[in-house]
Design a protein around this ligand. Sequence first.
Ligand SMILES: Cc1ncc(COP(=O)(O)O)c(C=O)c1O
Length: 367
Amino acid sequence: MSALPRPEPRPGVLDIDAYVPGKSSAPGVARVFKLSSNETPLGPSPQAIAAYRAAAETLHEYPDGAASDLREAIGRTFGLDPARIVCGAGSDDLLNLLARAYLRDGDEAIHTTHGFLVYPIATLGTGAKPIVAPEKNYTADVDAILARVTPRTKMVFLANPNNPTGTYLPFDEVKRLHAGLPPHCLLLIDAAYAEYVRRNDYESGIELVATSSNVVMCRTFSKIYGLAALRLGWMYGPAHVVDAVNRIRGPFNVNAPAIVAGIAAMRDSAHVEISREHNTRWLPWLTEEIGKLGLEVTPSVANFVLIHFPNQKGRTAKDADAFLTRRGLILRQVGAYKLPNALRMSVGTEEANRLVVQALAEFLGKA
Ligand SMILES: Cc1ncc(COP(=O)(O)O)c(C=O)c1O
């Protein structure tokens, strides 16, 4: 008996491995330090929390669908034309909208081996094909990306810095990548961690967007601004890209509490600076202390580190994860990122950072 016809999703959808977020609990452990999702250990600005609470009084009203005040606040902070900004429900929303606007069946979109997992998910969801460009030293390789460009390539996704490796491409390399792409190919620079980077040769993408017609930059309020729960992101792009995204986005894709909290968070530059300083202090500390234990740590410019473990029974990344989880220290397994022998750890509070180093020393028998 033949099966009855039924609705079938478009080709590609069932090839998607659904995104699995970082763990947030450890069974039987009273005190948990969640270091699995690159959230800020310092939380949001108190002013953002106050603005969010105040928004509770008007929950019956639709938000401003254009998020005009928020776009103006972002524009003021970064010196950008608000008309060329679109806000989204997290930068995830914008990554997916851009893929939907620019990809179709038969197209190709390039991302790198250890690139952020949302890129192949967004690509496959449109029916297009994700093409993987190998990395060098856990870093995007411009030549490898350019070598994979074909007439079918419509998008290149570049996380800069990248998650989960924490590595980045200097501005010269990003410019070289852009210069090698055909003008019909959209270069999406995902700068979710830009605020943490302290390198003179880094540029988040603003300059390239301003001077070209096929580059768009995505940013988020989930990381340094500490508003991950509210789902808030933004993109800056050429007017024609902004126009396309505005036509397909949900008419109220950003909610009212997120809008007011985002504005307050952006205004509180002192809080952002404290968060940045915290990271600038603890990122090198973790890299050095974990390195001293004999584990390789990929040099990171973001708010997390990638720790590599030996492929040796009892010492693997999975063993370490189980050991740390029993102590309430929750890191991220990154097998889905083709890094089965590594764990990613967000920079935490001083207490959490010290506890992880101590626990890793015990795990390795070096305490
Ligand atoms: C590289 C990268 N891009 C985008 C995002 C998504 O951020 P959002 O919370 O704004 O959707 C993340 C979150 O982990 C990320 O690591």
